[in-house]
Ligand binder design. Structure first.
Ligand SMILES: C[S@@+](CC[C@H](N)C(=O)[O-])C[C@H]1O[C@@H](n2cnc3c(N)ncnc32)[C@H](O)[C@@H]1O
Length: 232
């Protein structure tokens, strides 16, 4: 049983709500991924794997563009919800840190949207993504912004923010009965992500810090990375 199984229904409701409102951090991340894809590939002609696909909304949108999509997740419950989506999407239960069921050089694009904070060894996800991509394949990775979307950063009345910690650590939010107070998340500084991506063989071709759709805040909620498999 995956950690996310018990949160599948709640996560699904959050996604559905953001999608219908076209606002929020998750919806912003989906739009960001789609915009980036159009910069580098023709989505109608390619094979994409969506690592940590969750309840499948992003995979679904990618497949609507004509891409051949494989959605991969460790949560059976989230995959059950994903399977209700229309479209010829292949759903696979696999660990993104290993991708045992996925052959080398089999995708033009790999995506990791809002999932690296949930894995104990994010570099293994980079290495797996590198392995399954074709030469010159594109990796689009979105994480919660490590500086501003963490339990160590909170807004002050004058609009500035107090950042009390910035080290790699596993944290749990206060309270109980919520996803992050139960599962927690792994926090890493930006340099950790970028250095490990480079060490995994990727070249970084674009960085972005999207603002949340529907929010008036000028502080970015997300950190987006586009990388390419050049060293092969
Ligand atoms: C915050 S959710 C994001 C889901 C989806 N990418 C989205 O943007 O809606 C994190 C997802 O990562 C998945 N996940 C966590 N660890 C994983 C692993 N080792 N391999 C594959 N998926 C994993 C969880 O099951 C969950 O679906």
């Amino acid at each position: 049983m995956s950690n996310y199984d018990q949160w599948a229904s709640q996560y699904n409701s959050i996604v559905d709500n953001e999608v219908s409102q076209k606002t929020g951090i998750i919806e912003t991340s989906y739009q960001f991924v789609l915009e980036q894809l159009y910069e580098y590939v023709d989505p109608s002609k390619i094979k994409i794997c969506d690592l940590g696909c969750g309840q499948g909304e992003l995979s679904f949108r990618l497949s609507k563009l004509g891409a051949a999509v494989t959605g991969i997740d460790v949560s059976d419950k989230l995959l059950e919800l994903a399977r209700n989506k229309s479209g010829a999407i292949k759903w696979v239960c696999d660990d993104a840190m290993k991708l045992k069921q996925i052959a080398d050089n089999s995708f033009d694009v790999a995506i990791s949207n809002l999932m690296l904070m949930d894995v104990p060894d994010f570099q293994s996800v980079f290495k797996s993504a590198y392995r399954v991509l074709v030469p010159e394949g594109i990796f689009v990775c979105v994480i919660m912004h490590p500086c501003f979307q963490s339990p160590f950063s909170y807004p002050l009345e004058d609009g500035s923010r107090n950042v009390s910690s910035y080290s790699a650590q596993h944290w749990k939010s206060k309270g109980s009965g919520t996803l992050r107070s139960t599962l927690g998340a792994y926090h890493q500084p930006i340099s950790e992500y970028l250095n490990k991506l480079l060490e995994s063989g990727f070249s970084i071709i674009h960085l972005n810090e999207p603002l949340t759709k529907g929010s008036t805040s000028s502080v970015p909620s997300l950190f987006g990375i586009v990388a390419q498999k050049f060293n092969c």
